[in-house]
Design a protein around this ligand. Structure first.
Ligand code: GDP
Ligand code: MG
Length: 313
């Protein structure tokens, strides 16, 4: 699939106001400095949260199909754009939930689609303007973890769309953002079974996004959020930080696509541990009990009975 896609020039970048363009070109310069010529970003999340819209905003053209009502199909879309020797690959995926559950077929299709690719960054997308997390969030996080291994979260960012938003009851914007993101980050941490030692000072960055035309603009015509951030350059900056954060990118090989759940590998040792436990604990225990039983003084009735028996014979 990736091989069939011809490299297209990233002309969408010209849609951005000059201030944004120059920031983006500066970021591309960083990749050149580090001798990195391509970047692959995987976009995942529930349906209708704004994944495809975000892909389009980032590319600056309508590359991915946006649907107000769910009917996305199951196939991911790879969008590749090249600019001065650098290639940006973004993979838009369909929502994973169907009928209240994660659709395993959708996960498998995505895994197969990604075969032989290396995921540099995962954007986990949800909406900012929602107040609750629920079981579906946990399921989607769990499904991503099962598919790619929990290490993928060290290459991820939480993207919150609909960020041009006024919190209810006059709540402070930044306060609301941190409440909403903490709730989702907690779901990610538990759903991905990330322990403190897994994270080692690493925290998943949060990126705010507003895809609609309602987004406010600053005097340089850049889209800005209520917190004052001009979000397109900020998103590219965060993606760049993740790609250079020193954690390993996720290579999707045959083993990952066809093999067992990457988080289960350690669990193969469990039968072995049972055997060890038997040898180390159970066997001596059984031996001790047996010798205890034989050493135990015989109860009076047994002595008497055996005495009787011996007298009779
Ligand atoms: P996907 O299913 O996650 O790919 O979501 P889409 O990108 O197809 O978006 C679903 C709907 O939400 C569409 O009607 C979009 O126009 C709308 N939408 C997406 N992102 C935003 C956003 O940041 N703000 C607003 N107001 N609407 C958005
Ligand atoms: Mg979509």
């Amino acid at each position: 699939m990736a091989a069939l896609q011809t490299l297209r020039e990233w002309i969408g970048i010209q849609q951005f106001p000059p201030a944004t363009q120059s920031k983006l070109l500066e970021i591309l310069g960083k990749y050149k400095e580090e001798d990195v010529s391509s970047l692959t970003v995987l976009v995942m999340g529930k349906g209708g949260v704004g994944k495809s819209s975000t892909v389009n905003s980032v590319i600056g053209e309508k590359a991915a199909a946006v649907s107000t009502f769910q009917s996305e199909g199951l196939r991911p879309t790879l969008v590749s754009r090249t600019r001065s020797g650098f290639t940006l690959n973004i993979i838009d995926t369909p929502g994973l939930i169907e009928g209240g559950y994660v659709n395993d077929q959708a996960i498998n299709i995505i895994k197969r689609f990604l075969l032989n690719m290396t995921i540099d960054v995962l954007l986990y997308v949800d909406r900012l303007d929602v107040y609750r997390v629920d079981d579906l969030d946990r399921q989607v996080v769990g499904a991503i973890t099962d598919a790619f291994g929990k290490e993928i979260w060290k290459k991820s960012a939480l993207v919150l769309t609909h960020a041009q938003f006024s919190p209810p009851d006059g709540l402070n914007y930044n306060h609301f953002v941190s409440k909403r993101s903490n709730a989702l980050l907690k779901v990610i941490q538990t759903g991905a079974q990330l322990k403190k030692q897994d994270l080692q000072g690493f925290s998943i960055p949060v990126i705010l996004v507003e895809n609609s035309g309602r987004c406010h603009k600053n005097e340089s015509d850049e889209m800005i959020l209520p917190c004052g951030t001009s979000w397109i350059p900020n998103l590219f900056n965060k993606i760049t930080e993740i790609s250079f954060n020193g954690n390993k990118a996720i290579h999707v090989d045959k083993k990952l696509v066809e093999g067992p759940n990457p988080n289960e590998r350690g669990k193969k040792l469990i039968p072995l541990m049972f055997a060890f436990q038997y040898l180390l604990v159970m066997k001596p225990l059984v031996r001790a009990i047996k010798s205890d039983v034989s050493r135990e003084s015989k109860p009076a009735w047994e002595l008497r009975d055996s005495g009787l028996a011996s007298r009779r014979s």
